[in-house]
Design a protein around this ligand. Sequence first.
Ligand code: X8Z
Ligand code: ZN
Length: 456
Amino acid sequence: MGDSPKSEETSEKLANRKQIYRASTPRRLLRRTGDKLVDYMNEGARDNAYPDYGAYWRDVQFMDTHNLKELCESLWKELEPLYMQLHAYVRRKLILKYSVDYPELKLTDKGTIPAHLLGNMWAQTWQNIFDIVVPYPNAEESDGNVALIKQDYDVMDMVHLADEFYQSMGLSPMTQEFWDNSIMVKPNDGRGFQCHASAFDIYNGHDFRIKMCTEVNMHDFETIHHEMGHVQYFMEYSDQPAIYREGANCAFHEAIGDTISLSVMTDTHLTKIGLNPKEDKQKDINSLMKMALEKIAFLPFGLLIDRWRWDLFNGTIDEKNLNSMWWKYRKQYQGLSPPVQRTEADFDPGAKYHVPANSPYICYFISFISQFQFYEALCAASEHQGPLHQCDFYQSKAAGKLLGKMLRMGSSRPWQDAMQTITGQREISTSSIREYFRPLMKWLEQQNQGEHIGWE
Ligand code: X8Z
Ligand code: ZN
């Protein structure tokens, strides 16, 4: 298609379009086409009385009543000890695996971890190296990925299973338009396709869609629940006036599907649906480790992307130190180093979808904390007894009712009211995520005795 020569008609149309563009674009904009996006965004923010675009972003996304920057740093300080323990443990396992055969990696027991050893393009979540760091290898007969394949699951089976979980809580089924219009598998017709998963509200009360290039594995099974969480929010607030058809804040929108996934991914639930062949005490620590590789490993990454962009908008970072400051934060927060020497000729943040897409990221950092608050509240509603990380609220109508009540509010009330509706508290708090990982923290502290915690 792209190779065929342009017809006369096409080039004429193109020339016309250019003409229309010239006629309709203010001279000032044409003159400045080479200028930086950051400058334009700051200009818009300053026209609206904000000091810079980062301040505007923090305000619209989060109603900056608590000073979002300080709030994030203080939440991080409370969770950093857990991250540090995980980092030290994973570093030791990577040293055992690689240091003899790959001395050029220069792994040391007090150093940073090279980012390319963590099994993810951005080193944002580390579940893909679970086999290297698994606490009790003998307790793992096979994992969920193998079980999905063995049982002949296809992508649509996974979508139906997710829909069934939401329905089991008394929440709404996906609509006919959802099934008709969603794209769940990468189209194979040669068109360019942005595979980053996303959900769409067409704002007519029944047309809601997901776009994903799903593959049959547990990661994508979780992502289906994540995207369906967005759709549940769209559906529940669809009776609100248009202006309130949004999440109470962006983090809550991101947290809904993940809250459900926390229940789905318990050994308890996976056993119910035949995707977890074995349950015992050692397997329990293994499962917590897998969850930590996803949720705890993510936290500093979730924080640093917007820390970097806020500093770009306020001028602390400029075009002379764009990439070096990125790696400064990668080291400071995540304890990572680049696989090879980087310079200002590289632009590594641009490899992360949300940066060129200009999509805020701090929402995910807050989501990864508040989803555990929601989870704990739904577990209490379902009358769960026992350790938090084993709670499965499948089929709990009480949990569904509580969640639905918050979702229906959309953004018609401040987010603190939404938080109170579901949890009884008005603040973002780390207490639930710390409670969830308490057994793993204890285990890691024992394993890491005598180990250097942190990096030089
Ligand atoms: O972008 C997403 C979702 C779509 S809102 C798939 N997430 C972040 C990412 O992939 O970087 C979910 C977790 C973090
Ligand atoms: Zn999302």
